[in-house]
Structures are given as structure tokens and as C-alpha cells.
Design a protein around this ligand. Structure first.
Ligand SMILES: Cc1ncc(COP(=O)(O)O)c(C=O)c1O
Length: 392
């Protein structure tokens, strides 16, 4: 297990539970993305759906070209708390949101031609917003159907192979997205598939948004190869390219710090923490995956308790009544005790933006730590009022 910068973080410095964001790693990630953007001649936007922590918006605005929003609220956030361009894609537009969305968005990407026809008069009248159409790339790299936008019954994007350049007359660009946590080779296959399927449409448009899902900032990612690939694509097609990474912006840049509230044997050895998988890191259950925990080795999630005869093995879970509120099963270097802090790694993205207060579980505080300077700021703490405010 490589704790990265968090090996140097003292978890006693924050209230628990807490999302701790490493500003220095965000800077490093954004610098990689800026280099790709500059050297390949493309633009890079932060996908707010993955990571919306505006406490580090200054850094993101310094390096990236803007934000990608998934609807009106993220567009407002992008326009008010972040800087640069705002590109909005909303699978289901609502009449009452449209005027504000158009006013806020440099690009508005529609999910279907029916949506375009329904709102055509308003869309056509909006001079400052470039319109795009989302196409289903019909290229599959993702095995888990929950995350695969190109699977059968996909709700995301039109089958562009059936469109003619004339169909794209109202639009200046297209949007395609098919990847999730992928490296270079799937990215290259994806670009090739997009070009093969949609080259007949390129003369009718000015730009293409390639979505997210590529781990450009991961250790060992061949950044120069990605630059070359994008540069070639741009030279061949003449299109302005947009990337909208989410995960890559916040990769290895955040941890969840939890306090142990019980260590015991119920049906099996368990550690209960004040951080919850279902409330605070729901992808742990949806994907599923087990986050790394400092000082512990990850064991299989389906490990049978009867096969456990090591006193340092326990299943770690949250304080809710959900039977499966399991963060993971771990072998600890030494079994944690009540009051100890646990640090779960790489949980900056798709966590804060997806959390809930199920069971009345308190929301984690948000802290920004700088692993270069060791400065720490608790930027937000939540209370009972946040729980009550969301209920009718
Ligand atoms: C349309 C679109 N763009 C960008 C992203 C960001 O992807 P990632 O966070 O994997 O980079 C997603 C993620 O689902 C997406 O659906």
C-alpha cells in the first residue's frame, strides 16, 4: 500500500469524519492536465460531477479552462464559485431551467433531437451559447453496466451513425463519453472508434467534447503519448477538442479520516467507524471497491468469517443500520482501538458530491491540507441543521 502524501498527514488534526483534500496534489494533477491541453492544443474542463470542492477553485481556475456541469445547479456553481468556461450537458432539460442554463453556459449539450425540437425557438435565439449534441459512441470499455454509457438501453446520447451532417445543422459540436478510470490504450481505442463512426459528421461541426474517464494524472500514465494522440486527432479532424476529466483532477488528492467508535465481535470481528460507506463514499458499495487504509492490508470483500483466524483481521463499516455498510475487510498491522483514527485513501472524487445523511448520519467536515507546506484549513463543518434542511 502506498499512502502517498497522506503518509505524512496527522489525522488527529481534523474532526471526524472528515474529507481531507491535498491541495498540492490537486496542483500537480492540474499541471499535468494543463501540459496536455497546451501541448496538444485542446481545452480541459473540470467535471464538477466528480469533484466540486470550490475551496480549491483558485488552483483549478489557474490551470484549467473551466468546468463541465451536469445540470442547472452545477452550472450555477461553475459560474459562481469556479472560473472559466461553463459547459453544460443535461440528459433531461426542463423548460423552467433553460433560460438560466443558457445564460450561464458557454456550451449547452443536448441529449436527444427531441429535446432540441422541443426547445428549438429558445435555443436558436440564444446567441452566446454554442449548442452541442451528445452522441452515443457505441464503443464499450466498461464492464460494469452501472457506469457504461454505451451499453444497450443507454439513455445517453443519440446514435450518430444514423445522422447526416444536415441533422447537425443546429449544433456546432458533438459530445462523446465512454470511459471510466481508464488508461492510455482504451483512450486510444475510444478515439479511433469515435473517428471511425462519426468522421462523416466532422465537416458539419467545429468542436468535439471527448468526455472524461481517463486517468491522465495517474503515476506512470504516458502523458506524451496522450498528447501525440490528441494532436494527431486535432490535425486530422480540424476540430477544437475539449476534455472534461473529473477523477483525474482529484486523483490521489483526498482521504476520509474516520474515528473508531467500536471494536468488537458481533457475528464476526468488526470495527465500527463514524464514517459510513453508504453515506460518505457510496461508490465503495456501488462499484464495489475497497479503499486503501493506512496501516492495513485489503482483504477480499467476500472473505468468509469462518476462515478468519488472525486477530488483526476485521470488517470495517459505518454507523448506519444498513447491513452492508462495509468500507472493507482489512488485516491491520495492529488492531485499532476505540478512539483511533483511520485514514482511507483516494476518496476525493465521487464522495462529497454523492453523500447523504441516511440514518441521520452527520456529514463529514471538509478540510484542505497542503502536503507541501503542511498547512491545514477546516473549510466546512456540518451540523444537525444540514440534516433537517433536506427533509420536508
Ligand atoms: C459526460 C461525462 N463527462 C465527464 C465525466 C467525468 O469522468 P471521470 O470523473 O471518470 O473523469 C463523466 C463521468 O461519468 C461523464 O459522464
Amino acid at each position: 500500500m502506498n499512502a502517498g502524501n497522506f503518509a505524512r498527514f496527522d489525522p488527529a488534526r481534523v474532526p471526524t469524519p472528515c474529507y481531507v483534500i491535498d491541495r498540492a496534489r490537486i496542483v500537480r494533477n492540474c499541471r499535468v492536465l494543463r501540459r496536455i491541453a497546451d501541448e496538444a492544443g485542446v481545452k480541459a474542463l473540470l467535471a464538477l460531477k466528480a469533484f466540486s470542492t470550490f475551496a480549491v477553485a483558485d488552483v483549478i481556475g489557474e490551470y484549467l479552462d473551466g468546468t463541465a456541469a451536469s445540470g442547472l445547479y452545477e452550472a450555477i456553481l461553475g459560474g459562481s464559485r469556479f472560473s472559466g468556461e461553463v459547459h453544460t450537458f443535461a440528459p433531461g432539460l426542463k423548460q423552467e431551467d433553460l433560460a438560466e442554463m443558457l445564460q450561464l453556459s458557454d456550451h449547452l449539450i443536448l441529449n436527444s433531437l427531441t429535446q432540441y425540437r422541443r426547445f428549438a425557438p429558445m435555443l436558436a435565439a440564444s446567441e452566446n451559447t454554442a449548442l452541442g449534441l451528445r452522441l452515443n459512441p457505441l464503443h464499450r470499455e466498461i464492464e460494469n453496466p452501472l457506469y457504461d454509457p454505451a451499453g444497450p438501453w443507454s439513455r445517453l446520447g443519440v446514435d450518430g451513425t444514423r445522422l447526416s451532417p444536415d441533422d447537425l445543422a443546429p449544433f456546432s459540436g458533438i459530445h462523446v463519453h465512454a470511459l471510466c478510470d481508464h488508461g492510455f490504450a482504451p483512450f486510444a481505442r475510444f478515439l479511433e472508434a469515435v473517428e471511425t463512426r462519426f468522421a462523416h459528421l466532422f465537416p458539419a461541426i467545429d468542436w468535439i467534447n471527448l468526455g472524461g474517464g481517463v486517468l491522465f494524472t495517474d503515476d506512470g500514465f504516458p502523458v506524451d503519448d496522450a498528447i501525440a494522440l490528441l494532436k494527431d486527432f486535432r490535425a486530422r479532424t480540424g476540430l477544437q477538442i475539449y476534455l472534461e476529466p473529473g477523477t483525474a483532477v482529484a486523483l490521489h488528492a483526498g482521504a476520509v479520516v474516520a474515528e473508531v467508535v467500536d471494536v468488537g465481535v458481533t457475528g464476526a470481528p468488526v470495527v465500527i467507524t463514524d464514517a459510513s460507506a453508504t453515506c460518505h463514499m457510496p461508490d465503495v458499495l456501488e462499484a464495489p471497491f475497497t479503499p486503501e487504509c493506512i496501516g492495513a492490508e485489503i482483504l477480499p470483500r467476500d472473505l468468509e468469517p469462518r476462515n478468519v483466524n488472525d486477530p488483526n483481521i476485521a470488517r470495517v463499516g459505518g454507523p448506519t443500520c444498513l447491513a452492508g455498510d462495509t468500507i472493507g475487510t482489512y488485516r491491520f498491522e495492529s488492531m485499532p482501538a476505540i478512539g483511533d483514527r483511520l485514514v482511507f485513501l483516494d476518496l476525493a472524487y465521487y464522495t462529497m458530491v454523492k453523500n447523504t445523511t441516511f440514518n441521520g448520519t452527520p456529514l463529514p467536515a471538509v478540510a484542505v491540507w497542503d502536503s507541501d507546506t503542511d498547512s491545514l484549513e477546516i473549510v466546512k463543518e456540518f451540523s444537525y441543521a444540514d440534516f433537517e434542511n433536506r427533509l420536508g
